[in-house]
Ligand binder design. Structure first.
Ligand code: OGA
Ligand code: NI
Length: 567
């Protein structure tokens, strides 16, 4: 991890404002001291990276002679010019704009080489247009701390997000190739006089985070043998360690073979028009399935059987990769995205006997491609393509559900928003020597709007709870299992149900499933549709934003998210 000081343009003369070498050097040293202090007991400290925009060899010679040797220097390529330039497209299409940068970078490298410092040159933001820091560079320090703080909160590889706190909005991203942190686009520059106070506040906050991180490390230590994934334990023939054993459950003992669920099979190709008697009948079937079971098997989705097999196949090939290969896509401790086992949040947690790979598919500009498997070769393409197909299925279903409830067709889609999230989760359940004691996936309701699950073609394992009883969901190879998520239960004022479900394991065969689900734009408020609230059916849920965060917080506290948003 590295910490980059913004203020790229301030080293040269390009923006009219300039920070003298002396001041920048002393600020760098201050930052190093603070870092020492904050990271006192932590061995690996972030690298400090100084900016190198508007390259000026003299400035750098002077700067490096006045700092210690431990910082590096970035070169941010802003040669597309200012963000407000109307000619960006032409510039992007003309390769000479970007080519012309190579020389400057080489000059920076050679300046550093011939100086006393051991700093090396890094490539910062590349190909971009500048809009960045408008205030004095000292503010850059504060924003760097924001970046650091954000990193601590979110785990590594934050690509683009916004941090709002302490009166500021700063866009921060963690560049996934160099893993350097940057704070850019300070929308509302901070008045200088408040910098000290903010700085201290941030420092306190970082100290708190540091304590939490140490707490987490202890947690991981006490959770003991968790260095192995369920898959590795399964291969080694290990008995499940105590953290995986389901002791007493509010949902009763694990019965791997409860009765089959008679959930309806719905031909969704009939749902898109309302005129024919068969579609009216199908809509009614849909409404009744979702209000009683919260799930159904969808046929008529238009995705060929052979394509579904292909999706299953690439998923299988990914999980069969060597451990080291899969490690490239590992999720960070506090991060839901990437490959790994259960997120560990508490010592009391019972862990799932499964490995998963979770990836955000939409919005497309929030994809973290570094976590998208490159092997098998078609993985990425199929993931993209399959998810888009499921997204269309979801669109159709949201419209159909709205129509079945006599609402405007796009009333739910509007609530999810234009930048709704689409998430794909590949679940891998390795064989388990004690399926009677361990669950593949603990009982939960999905936090999504809706989830579409592609089941394993041969191995059963999904159970749904209804009226306090578990039911097995049968395999229909060409069907997709659709279930309501909490967000749709909220939006329909509880008319349709987000069912509790779980996955069991077995001692012989591995099982793979692929879940694709959508979630409302995190910053958007969702709530029960007005037309579904009346005297007979008063509002059941309050309006909420960022349900995924609520859900995670509840998960940490052992609470059930949907009950906490009930009125
Ligand atoms: C899920 C889920 C069930 C299964 O991923 O949320 O419930 O059978 N999966 O894998
Ligand atoms: Ni689920």
């Amino acid at each position: 991890m590295s910490l980059r000081l913004p203020g790229n343009e301030l080293s040269g003369r390009g923006v009219g404002v300039r920070v003298a070498e002396d001041q920048y050097a002393s600020d760098t040293i201050s930052l190093q001291r603070i870092e020492q202090d904050v990271y006192e007991s932590i061995e690996s400290k972030p690298l400090i990276i100084a900016p190198g925009g508007f390259f000026d060899a003299n400035w750098f010679n002077e700067f490096t002679s006045k700092t210690t040797k431990s910082e590096d220097v970035t070169r941010c390529i802003y040669n597309l010019g200012p963000g407000a330039d109307e000619h960006h497209v032409e510039k992007i299409l003309d390769p000479s704009y970007l080519d012309s940068e190579a020389d400057t970078f080489k000059r920076l490298q050679s300046t550093l080489k011939s100086s006393v410092t051991s700093a090396t040159a890094w490539l910062g933001e590349a190909g971009g247009a500048y809009n960045g820091c408008r205030n004095l560079v000292t503010n850059g320090f504060v924003f760097s701390f924001c970046a650091l703080l954000w990193h601590r909160l979110m785990g590594r590889n934050v690509l683009l997000t916004s941090f709002s706190g302490i009166h500021q909005v700063v866009e921060i991203y963690l560049d996934d190739t160099s893993l350097s942190l940057a704070a850019t686009s300070i929308r509302d520059p901070m008045p200088l006089h408040s910098t000290g106070a903010v700085w201290n506040a941030i420092k306190d906050y970082i100290l708190q985070l540091q304590k939490r991180e140490l707490g987490e490390r202890l947690l991981h230590r006490t959770m003991g043998s968790l260095s192995k994934t369920a898959h590795e334990m399964s291969i080694d023939g290990d008995e499940p360690p105590p953290q995986y054993i389901v002791k007493e459950s509010t949902f009763g003992p694990i019965d791997s073979s409860p009765p089959l669920i008679p959930i309806p099979i719905i031909d969704i190709s009939l749902l898109s028009s309302t005129s024919s008697p068969s579609s009216i009948e199908e809509l009614e079937k849909l409404r009744s399935a979702l209000s009683s079971w919260g799930c159904f098997q969808a046929i008529g989705h238009g995705i060929p059987d052979s394509y579904l097999d292909k999706v299953r196949e690439v998923a299988k090939q990914f999980f069969a990769l060597p451990v080291d290969e899969k490690r490239k896509y590992s999720r960070a401790d506090r991060d839901g995205e990437g490959h790994g086992g259960d997120l560990i949040v508490s010592e009391k947690q019972v862990l799932d006997w499964s490995d998963r790979l979770a990836l955000k598919i939409l919005p497309e500009d929030e994809r973290r491609l570094n976590l998208w498997p490159e092997s098998p070769a078609e993985f990425r393409e199929i993931l993209h393509d399959y998810s888009m197909k499921i997204n269309s299925v979801l669109d159709l279903l949201f419209k159909a559900i709205a129509m079945s409830l006599n609402l405007e067709a796009d009333c739910f889609l509007k609530q999810f928003g234009e930048r709704a999230h689409l998430i794909a989760r590949f679940n891998f359940y390795p064989p388990c020597p004690r399926p009677d004691q361990v669950l593949g996936l603990k009982p939960h309701s999905d936090k999504s709007g809706m989830t579409v699950l592609l089941q394993d073609k041969e191995v059963e394992g999904l159970h749904v709870l209804k009226d306090d009883q578990w039911f097995r969901v049968p395999i229909i190879p060409h069907a997709l299992v659709v279930n309501v998520g909490d967000q749709m239960q909220i939006m329909t004022n509880g008319i349709i149900k987000s069912p509790i479900h779980r996955a069991v394991t077995n001692s012989e065969k591995l099982r793979i499933s692929v879940a694709v689900s959508n979630e409302a734009e995190p910053e958007r408020e969702i709530g029960p549709a007005e037309a579904l609230i009346d005297e007979k059916r008063p509002r059941l849920y309050r309006n909420v934003k960022n349900y995924a965060a609520i859900n995670f917080e509840c998960f940490q506290k052992g609470e059930i998210a949907i009950t906490t948003v009930k009125i």
